[in-house]
Ligand binder design. Sequence first.
Ligand SMILES: NC(=O)c1ccc[n+]([C@@H]2O[C@H](COP(=O)([O-])OP(=O)(O)OC[C@H]3O[C@@H](n4cnc5c(N)ncnc54)[C@H](OP(=O)(O)O)[C@@H]3O)[C@@H](O)[C@H]2O)c1
Length: 286
Amino acid sequence: MRSWMLGDRVVNRMGFGSMRLTVNPDHSVALAVLRRARELGVNHVDTAAFYRTPGGVLEVGSGEVRFATELIRQALAPYPDDLVIATKVIPGHEPLRAQVEENLRRLGTDCLGIVNLRIIKRPGQDSIAESFGELARMRDEGLIKHLGLSNIRIDHLDEAKAIAPVVCVQNSYALDIRRDDDLLKDCGDRGIAFVPFFALAGNQREAGSLNDHSETVRQIAAAHEVTPHQIRLAWTLHQGEHVLAIPGTGDLRHLEQNIAAGSIRLSPEELTLLSVPPGQEQAPAH
Ligand SMILES: NC(=O)c1ccc[n+]([C@@H]2O[C@H](COP(=O)([O-])OP(=O)(O)OC[C@H]3O[C@@H](n4cnc5c(N)ncnc54)[C@H](OP(=O)(O)O)[C@@H]3O)[C@@H](O)[C@H]2O)c1
């Protein structure tokens, strides 16, 4: 299945993450990537008001700071009906309402499709009830359509669901980041989308694209005549019909490869080989 009902919209399971859009100083490239993503069928875009020119200090062209949210607005507004834009807010940075308002302003809309409460786990400050309750009130006011959670544990999901419906969970998860296997399955059982970030970057996290692929990944990629990155994405989508990918790129060629990865079919044998923990792999028998 290539699509999933996310909130009240059917989205293609291969979406797009906008965190890398502000890396290239030539922002016409970012606009081209966003428009091409739409042409290729992307209708689930992840963003945040704090995705901006690195450090907010690198000035380009007219000297303006670039925000991913504003690039999205420039490239895609007026927003088509099928497009779901998911953003995130972090308790403790600024008041949540101010963060929601900033997203509304920069995206140029009066209602945000999905807002993920992105938590930062701190000892002794574990309950999400207050901040999730605040977002639920903004949902009731019509500022937000649907709510999600990010960087959570299963018990956070129980806490949130007692307050308001949760349509997605966004945690880091990849071939080599598997600590949320149980959470992924639990989301599937509850009909909640699981949206992994760092599917390509893996343990390199913000540092970006992983190039140190295992021999298994390389050999399976060669057998399919695709890149190892595409196999990482294909593996991600094979983890469940409720798993939605949001690979981040500011590069047109990578975007096209990522969309194409949505059509790769891995065999049960390949999936078994890929599931072996890093460092214990044996070469596949191709
Ligand atoms: N909830 C959270 O806390 C959180 C945290 C981090 C990220 N996110 C979201 O998740 C999205 C994905 O995370 P991410 O962008 O950090 O990591 P990612 O998608 O795992 O990997 C992105 C990296 O891979 C490279 N890349 C992309 N496609 C490629 C391809 N086909 N071949 C080779 N390299 C490729 C990108 O560089 P190029 O630009 O050169 O392609 C970039 O360095 C983000 O964009 C953001 O929307 C959420």
